[in-house]
Design a protein around this ligand. Structure first.
Ligand SMILES: *Cc1c(COP(=O)(O)O)cnc(C)c1O
Length: 507
């Protein structure tokens, strides 16, 4: 390399060393730890913070589902680097003024937009305990790891997976789907770990056109590319068309490609549809494909008598991704991946690093190190808030809350059917209703639905979301919140009718 190439291309206006000297940071080693000198002051303040949060949860019905954060609130987050600290009470005051009132709405009973969990007070305090422990679940021999294994054992039982099945927490179903894809890839092409995929078999995966966007993205991230994902057409019920799927697999095989993965959906994001998982398991077995189920929302429907029949065949999946943070109401984030054979996970992720050397006994012992089974080394204790949620509420209550959500969806569909000014725009499956404002003589222009939704959000009583049905705007109400009741359905219908009529009068 020539000497000249080592010269900086752009001379900084001010040398970095001068900038660093100018920072008023003291490099004197601190005489103390980050713990308080006075624990009783901290206790008082911390109890106040917890009580305030319970107050917030207790008074949700008196609050708007959403309100736009004003400039003053946003400006609190353009502050200079905090070189010197502030006391906890002052920082908490900023939280109360500028952060707490301007949430994303998903705690509130009027939240029907998108599919989001509502959280629980139990989950909240469990999260505090987990943070107190500050456990790192990459591995080693400590009880937090055993708690995560307890969740895996429960999920194995719940989904009738075999004894050699394993699993782990990930941030969400997006990551769980990605990790499953990597496992499927390594199963068919073990050398891909060292050689990549460029020179191996041309791998192709199959799913339906109702697939969640994270699956094509997983293909991109895995280096396989979205062109290698076949998005097979869906039938009227929103399920993957089985004969089209079979045909596509045959065509690809005939062209010398290597079909390796079939992704079924349990609870499609737009329509709530469930693929026929039993049939998909048959096809996967017949064609030697890894059968993965994206059950982000729907898999936990196994807790509901109403939804369970739609999941027939889920026990035959090779891997299953789902979210405790959606219909399970565990606080964000808590995604999970269950894998039929834990050896497939280790074959995909385990590696030997000297600093992770295992011991027979002592802290470095333990026969399950999650860092061997997934992409993360340092991992938080997501298992604890999940354990507390399942343990204290019980599966029955969680399932009942799902049934209640489905009943609200049916009640809304009935109100729509009975009202000449409203139209149902898609069959109601489970908990999702897509509809629009459509009095006689309005014609086919559905753009009014978009305006109605924005006005509903601004009014702050209910928050449905916008979706497109046949390319035209529709109002989408997804009932996931355990706090929602019939009064929220009433408020939605009344709000749509009132804003719709006002819009009509205005135009
Ligand atoms: C929400 C969802 C995902 C993504 O899950 P995250 O937890 O948000 O990463 C994937 N698939 C479906 C069907 C979903 O509903």
């Amino acid at each position: 390399m020539s000497k000249a190439s080592l010269a900086p291309v752009f001379a900084p206006a001010e040398p970095m060393s001068a900038k660093i000297d100018a920072l008023p940071i003291s490099y004197q080693p601190s005489a103390t730890t980050l713990d308080p000198d006075n624990w009783s002051d901290l206790r008082r303040q911390a109890h106040r913070m917890m009580d305030d949060m319970f107050d917030h949860l207790e008074t949700l019905p008196d609050q708007p589902v959403w309100q736009c954060a004003p400039t003053e609130a946003r400006e609190t987050m353009t502050a200079p680097l905090p070189i010197d600290g502030t006391d906890l009470a002052s920082a908490h005051a900023i939280f109360k003024e500028a952060i707490l009132p301007y949430g994303g709405g998903n705690l509130h009973s009027g939240f029907m937009g998108w599919v989001q969990g509502a959280g629980t007070p139990v989950g909240m305090v469990a999260e505090m305990l987990a943070a107190g422990l500050n456990a790192n679940l990459g591995g080693r021999d400590h009880m937090a790891i055993v708690v995560e294994q307890q969740i895996t054992a429960w999920m194995r039982e719940l989904f009738w997976f075999p004894a050699e099945a394993d699993g782990l927490f990930l941030t969400g179903a997006s990551q769980a789907n990605f990790v499953a894809l990597l496992i499927a890839r390594t199963r068919v092409h073990a050398a891909s770990r060292s050689e990549g995929t460029a020179f191996g078999p041309r791998l192709v995966a199959y799913t339906s056109d109702a697939v969640h966007g994270c699956v094509p993205r997983a293909m991109e991230m895995a280096g396989l590319g979205t062109a290698s994902l076949r998005r097979v057409a869906t039938n009227k019920a929103g399920q993957i068309d089985l004969s089209a799927l079979r045909l596509q697999i045959r065509i690809d095989r005939a062209e010398g490609l290597t079909p390796f993965l079939l992704v079924g959906t349990a609870g499609a994001v737009n329509s709530g549809a469930f693929d026929d998982l039993g049939k998909l398991a048959d096809i996967a077995a017949e064609h030697d494909l890894h059968f993965h189920v994206d059950g982000a929302l729907g898999a936990l429907g196994i807790l509901s008598d109403e939804i369970r029949p739609l999941l027939a065949g889920i026990d035959r999946a090779d891997s299953l991704a789902f979210d405790f943070h959606k219909w399970g109401h565990v606080p964000y984030d808590a995604g999970f991946l269950l894998v039929r054979n834990g050896a497939w996970q280790r074959a995909t992720f385990a590696s030997d690093a000297a600093y992770l050397t295992r011991a027979e006994t002592g802290l470095a012992a333990g026969d399950w190190w999650p860092c061997d089974s997934g992409p993360d080394l340092s991992r938080g204790f997501r298992a604890l808030k999940t354990w507390f949620t399942l343990k204290t509420y019980g599966l029955r209550a969680l399932g009942d809350a799902m049934n209640a959500n489905c009943a609200l969806a049916r009640a809304l569909a009935d109100r729509i059917a009975a009202d000449p000014d409203l139209e149902l725009l898609a069959p109601v499956s489970l908990n999702i209703v897509c509809f629009g404002y459509a009095p006689q003589g309005r014609g086919e222009d559905r753009t009014i639905n978009r305006r109605i939704i924005e006005r509903l959000h601004a009014a702050g009583r209910v928050a449905p979301s916008l979706t497109m049905i046949d390319g035209k705007p529709a109002i989408r109400a997804a009932f996931v919140n355990h706090r929602s009741t019939m009064s929220d359905v009433d408020a939605l219908v009344e709000g749509v009718l009132a804003f719709g009529a006002a819009d009509d009068a205005h135009n």
